[in-house]
Structures are given as structure tokens and as C-alpha cells.
Ligand binder design. Structure first.
Ligand SMILES: O=C(O)C(=O)C[C@H](O)C(=O)CO
Ligand SMILES: [Zn+2]
Length: 276
């Protein structure tokens, strides 16, 4: 398993583009026919993917976790960003269409992934944090969650936010997870920006055409930097960093958080003129 060590706010302003990308960006998470996992020391986050083809894939328990199974001491959020597929937990099959999610709670579970049609594979995105209690495995179907629309066309930030795993929905220990879809013509996410020292956040950008990019803004308001991000790449955002982006075309992204609390609205809002 790849291990990422976060930079701190003091070291970050002196990093080169390559160093910023090595530290805050996962550029090749998704691979056909594989499960791939990366461990981030910040909040002990595990970020992963499973893209099953003809054969199903089993979620391994990497040595670094020193556990009997991946979820022995962890909870896991799974979002399907590809074609329909199945996730089997202890022999129980859950079918996930595009943008459906599954929460798997702490416990010694066996978890396998398959695609309904291997010529058009499911693409499962995985996000996991340590868990102190067991919550039930829950299927969350995108159509059943009421989205929240924010922003405006005039400011090119009209978008809908769908919460999947959160305090008022499927419960978890610390994981909060959902996705945001940009409306046609809108390109800005999370602008005006915010930080939340109480939680770190992970963004997976997807549904962005191959030749388009998102310019992701990061860092404290007074010292911003950018990362140029392609579809299916992941950005890690420490609590001291803003996490906003502007696309050269519309896109969707999955946001997920772990940390001190699960209150989605607990954000320290910043004004656009605060940015430097
Ligand atoms: O577009 C947005 O605004 C977001 O999706 C914001 C994220 O959900 C977030 O940063 C939650 O803390
Ligand atoms: Zn946030």
C-alpha cells in the first residue's frame, strides 16, 4: 500500500509543483482489474479503488494495518463512479448503480467487488477511517437522497450537493461523504471557500472529459497554491487548507471527510477578497 505523509503548513509554501503533487495528489488511483489502496498519515485515511473486470476482486487487508481484515478497526465508504456493479459483504450482495454508495461498518467483514458487465466495468472509489463503534452496512441510492442546490449561474458556481453518509442519513463513526455536481455552464466548486481544522477532506474529481482539467486551489487563504487535476485524480486537503476548484468544463467530485466532528455545516467561511 502506498503511504503518504502530509506536509505541514510551515513547510508547504516552499514546495515545488512536483513536491506539491507528490504530497497532496493521487494521480493514478484507478486501474482496470485491480484494487489499489493508499494510506495517508493525516487522520489515518485510506483512499482506494476497485475496478473489477471478468473476475471479482477481494478487498485485501494490507500488512500496514496489522489487522485480520480491512474493516477490523475501520469503517468504509464505497461510491460507484462507473457502470453498475455489486459489492458483496459477508455473502450479502448489494447492487450499486452509478453514484450509489455503500457504507460498511467496523467488523471482520469479507468484501468483494464485481461488475455487472465486465465490458463496461464498475469503478468503486473507497474512503476509510478508523472506527470506534459498529454501524450497520447500509446501501445509499443516489435517487433517494434529496440534493441541496447552492451557488448561482451568474457566478458560475451553481451546483448540487448530495450527502450520502452523514449525521442525518446513513450513520458512521467519523466518515462524512457525498458528491457535488456542477450544473451546465458552472465551473466553480466551493467558492467562496472555507477551511475546517476539525476535519481533513479528500476530493475525487471525475466525469471531467479527458482533455479538460480542474485547477484546484489549496492552502491557507493568505498563501494559496494550485494543483492541475485530471479526471479520477484525488486531492488531499488538511484542515488548514481551502479546497476549491475551477474546471475548464463541468465535472463531478466526491468529497469525504474524517476527524473531530461530523457536522457538515461546521466550516470556517472565507471571503473571496481574503484570498492571496
Ligand atoms: O461544492 C461545494 O461547495 C462542496 O462540495 C463543498 C464540500 O462538500 C466541502 O468542502 C464540505 O466540507
Ligand atoms: Zn470542506
Amino acid at each position: 500500500m502506498k503511504i503518504l505523509q502530509m506536509a505541514d503548513r510551515i513547510r508547504y509554501p516552499r514546495m515545488s509543483t512536483a513536491e506539491l503533487r507528490e504530497t497532496f495528489l493521487l494521480s493514478d488511483l484507478f486501474a482496470a482489474g485491480k484494487v489499489q489502496l493508499a494510506y495517508v498519515d493525516l487522520d489515518r485515511t485510506v483512499i482506494g479503488s476497485a475496478v473489477p473486470l471478468k473476475d471479482g476482486l477481494t478487498l485485501p487487508c494490507p500488512d500496514e494495518l496489522r489487522a485480520h481484515s480491512f474493516t477490523e478497526r475501520r469503517e468504509l465508504g464505497i461510491l460507484n463512479i462507473g457502470a453498475p456493479g455489486e459489492v458483496e459483504v459477508d455473502g450479502e450482495k448489494h447492487t450499486l448503480g452509478k453514484l450509489d454508495a455503500l457504507y460498511v461498518g467496523r467488523g471482520d467483514h469479507s468484501i468483494t467487488f464485481s461488475s455487472s458487465d465486465s465490458s463496461s466495468p464498475a469503478e468503486f472509489y473507497l474512503l476509510s477511517y478508523p472506527a470506534h463503534a459498529e454501524y450497520p452496512t447500509t446501501l445509499i441510492q443516489r435517487g433517494k437522497e434529496a440534493p441541496l442546490t447552492i451557488g448561482a449561474q451568474e457566478t458560475a458556481n451553481l451546483r448540487t450537493i448530495t450527502k450520502l453518509i452523514h449525521l442525518e442519513g446513513a450513520r458512521s463513526c467519523q466518515l462524512v461523504m457525498g458528491f457535488t455536481e456542477l450544473q451546465s455552464g458552472s465551473v466553480w466548486n466551493t467558492m467562496p471557500p472555507h477551511t475546517h481544522m476539525r476535519r481533513s477532506e479528500v476530493y475525487l474529481y471525475f466525469d471531467l472529459p479527458e482533455n479538460q482539467r480542474v485547477i484546484h486551489l489549496m492552502g491557507p487563504a493568505e498563501e494559496t497554491r494550485h494543483l492541475v487535476v485530471a479526471s479520477r485524480q484525488v486531492v488531499i486537503s488538511p484542515g488548514w487548507s481551502i479546497h476549491a476548484g475551477v474546471g475548464t468544463s463541468p465535472y463531478t467530485f466526491c468529497w469525504g471527510m474524517g476527524g473531530e466532528n461530523q457536522v457538515y455545516s461546521d466550516m470556517d467561511a472565507l471571503g473571496i477578497p481574503d484570498l492571496k
